[in-house]
Design a protein around this ligand. Structure first.
Ligand SMILES: C[S@@+](CC[C@H](N)C(=O)[O-])C[C@H]1O[C@@H](n2cnc3c(N)ncnc32)[C@H](O)[C@@H]1O
Length: 650
């Protein structure tokens, strides 16, 4: 059973699907019935007889009773318990009941069952859904248990439910938005990383926006009820298009499935065996598990998914993994990093297209042999942009003189051998120097650079190009000619917990490079800072300040903001752009992941009411840094004041 976090969707893995069962005191029988021939990977089974109440038993037997657990620990091997059984905590418990005896019984039972599950080394227990909106005592007790828990996960069961605001009485006590229930529970439990979610998928689904929120939450399992299934023309269970999309989304996020409920479909006794039918037929007439056709359908949805591309496979290990940002000026990149960049052919194709257009604008047709364009690649690395420039010259028939300027002496070694190998000695001059300090022997027509970070200007492209602008002709062209950063609020429980695990302020005030995956994007991104090159304005400054208002769509419901995802888009030249802002990202380009600006305290936002955010780009004599804060719906502290935690050295 892949109950821990899986790396992600992978066709070579077996699927992980469990079944929810009734209490059965013969555990080995329960397992053999549901697993071996029936195809499930694990059972979600009650650990204790549901008729048991501590107070009744104590009254009858005093304290010397044996708890009515489902068999002793000896009935299964430790690995069977741990791989094939998820403990289902008694559903009758209500720790917020008005009835004190019942409440005490509930607490005792919860603790006894979890203690037993820990003794068995189960990987997870399913906690029943809170019975009421006010569930402080339940959450308090679970939090207490979490403090002493070794590795086990607690999956809080929550129905996937959100009603339209106007479809309920104002005074009704009915649950309107189950996310609120989850949110208050996990806040009381201080976002404990071993508290996660089991979502009950019902026959009616909430809006797409509202479902989207859950993808930023720690959903471990989706419990699909048989009554959520429709019936296809052949009498077999199937799911609506929106349910299919949801289940596929869960598969993509390593969420396991559990089937629950009684079979509601009368499967035709005889199957035709038609190839068009996706259901795996029981040709041998062996008695089938009553939920087998439901399991087959879920398996079919799994198999039907597009396999991951090679690039996605490579990136699997980076998903939702916080990476320390680069210090590109202070540090020198390693060969391995250059190699990764150089594999991204899409990036260089875009640069080549931009350089072609610039060359054609610079040198009109008919003047090809009369004019030599001086092109400088500043920050040339190991030479891929030099190659792109020379290919553009060949493509357009323009004559080129190239300077390759690079401050990393190790990359310069590679540049020298590349130029020899390619026979570019007569066209390319290598300059081993920081572009801000170089005294160029002549001025450039075209200045080509790629000094961009995930947030555009965060690797100090503006400061470096300010230094290089001195040797660009007055009418010269900079590629890129501009770049803009973007942010959007996100729910990102995993990232938040990872930042929090460091237990210090520094980590909450650092921007991380992350391959975002299990996040909910709560509103469209908005532009933050733009830089244009060249920039001859007299009051030029690279300091920036921007105030932004995000509005969470009304049908989303309330949501929690753990921080901001950051992106960039760069205009290389005219209509040639390159970037990672999701709505206009360059397809198949992989050089940049997004950036993540965390918040020290997650902020809950109501739909329709604005989230006001401030971002500053600050510049000192030795460093550049960002500061950020939220002012509405409630103020947050300023993050990274004076660049005390995170900065980029000049
Ligand atoms: C992101 S890499 C790009 C390398 C290469 N152009 C490519 O596309 O693969 C940026 C390069 O610029 C260099 N660099 C950064 N700041 C520089 C500066 N001020 N002067 C010269 N080179 C610089 C770095 O050492 C690094 O090799």
């Amino acid at each position: 059973m892949g109950l821990g976090e899986r790396g992600g969707w992978d066709k070579s893995e077996s699927r992980y699907c469990g079944v929810e069962t009734e209490f059965e005191d013969d555990m080995p029988r329960l397992l053999s019935y549901n697993l071996s021939s029936s195809g499930f990977d694990f059972v979600v089974a009650p650990l204790m007889d549901p008729t048991y109440r501590p107070s009744l038993l104590e009254a009858e037997n005093g304290s010397s009773h044996v708890l009515p657990f489902a068999g002793s620990d000896l009935v299964l091997s430790p690995s069977q318990w741990s791989s094939h059984v998820v403990g289902k905590i008694s559903t009758w418990i209500d720790l917020d009941s008005e009835d004190e005896i019942f409440r005490m019984d509930s607490e005792t039972t919860l603790k006894q069952e979890i203690a037993w599950a820990s003794h068995l080394s189960l990987q997870a227990c399913l906690l029943p859904s809170p019975k009421r909106a006010s569930c402080a005592n339940y959450a308090r007790c679970v939090n207490q248990i979490l403090q002493g828990l070794s590795n086990m996960q607690l999956w809080l069961r929550i129905p996937l439910l959100k009603t339209d605001e106007d479809s309920l009485d104002v005074d009704s006590d009915d649950l309107r938005d189950s996310w609120e229930l989850w949110n208050s529970f996990r806040l009381i439990c201080e976002n404990h990383s071993q508290l996660s979610l089991a979502l009950d998928i019902l026959s009616t689904l909430p809006s797409v926006n509202s479902i989207g929120r859950w993808f930023g939450e720690p959903v471990r399992v989706a419990i699909v009820h048989t009554d959520s299934f429709l019936t296809n023309a052949r009498g077999y269970p199937c799911l609506s298009k929106s349910h299919q999309k949801l289940i596929t989304g869960f598969f993509n996020h390593s969420v396991q499935m559990v089937l629950s409920g009684k079979p509601l479909h009368n499967i035709p006794a005889e199957s035709t065996g038609s190839a068009a039918n996706h259901i795996d037929k029981n040709v041998n007439n062996v008695e089938r598990h009553p939920l087998r056709s439901y399991l087959d359908y879920v398996g079919y949805l799994y198999q039907r998914m597009e396999p991951l591309s090679e690039q996605e496979r490579i990136e699997l290990g980076y998903r939702d993994f916080l990476q320390a940002p680069l210090q590109p000026l202070m540090d020198n990149l390693e060969a391995q990093t250059y190699e990764t960049f150089e594999k991204d052919s899409v990036k260089y194709i875009q640069y080549q297209r931009a350089i072609c257009k610039a060359l054609l604008d610079r040198v009109p047709d008919g003047k090809e042999s009369a004019i030599t364009t001086v092109l400088m690649v500043v920050g040339a690395g190991r030479g891929p942009l030099v190659r792109a420039a020379l290919q553009a010259a060949e493509e357009t028939g323009r004559k080129l003189k190239v300077y390759a300027v690079e401050k990393n002496p190790n990359a310069v070694v590679t540049l020298h051998s590349l130029i020899k190998l390619e026979g570019w000695e007569n066209v390319v001059t290598i300059v081993s120097c920081d572009m801000r300090l170089w005294n160029a022997p002549e001025k450039a027509d075209i200045l080509v650079s790629e000094l961009l970070g995930s947030f555009g200007d965060n690797e100090l492209s503006p400061e470096c190009l300010d230094g290089a602008q001195r040797f660009l002709k007055q009418d010269g062209i900079s590629i890129p000619s501009s770049y803009t950063s973007f942010i959007q609020p996100i729910t990102a429980s995993k990232l938040y917990n990872d930042v929090k695990s460091h237990k210090d302020l520094i980590h909450f005030e650092t921007a991380y490079v992350v391959k975002l995956h299990s996040v909910a994007k709560l509103a469209p991104s908005q532009s933050v800072f733009t830089f244009n090159h060249p920039d001859y304005s007299t009051k030029k400054s690279n300091q920036r300040y921007k105030k932004l208002h995000f509005v969470i769509p009304c049908d989303t419901g309330s949501a929690i903001v753990h921080g901001f995802a950051g992106y960039f888009d760069a205009t290389l030249y005219k209509d040639v752009h390159l970037g990672i802002e999701p709505s206009m990202s360059t397809p198949n380009m992989f050089s940049w992941f997004a950036i993540f600006f965390p918040l020290r305290q997650p902020i809950c936002v109501q739909p329709g009411s604005p989230l006001e955010v401030h971002f500053w780009r600050c510049c000192g004599s030795t460093k550049v840094w960002y500061e950020w804060c939220v002012t509405s719906p409630r103020p947050s502290p300023i993050h990274n004041s004076n660049g005390r935690s995170y900065w980029v050295g000049l």
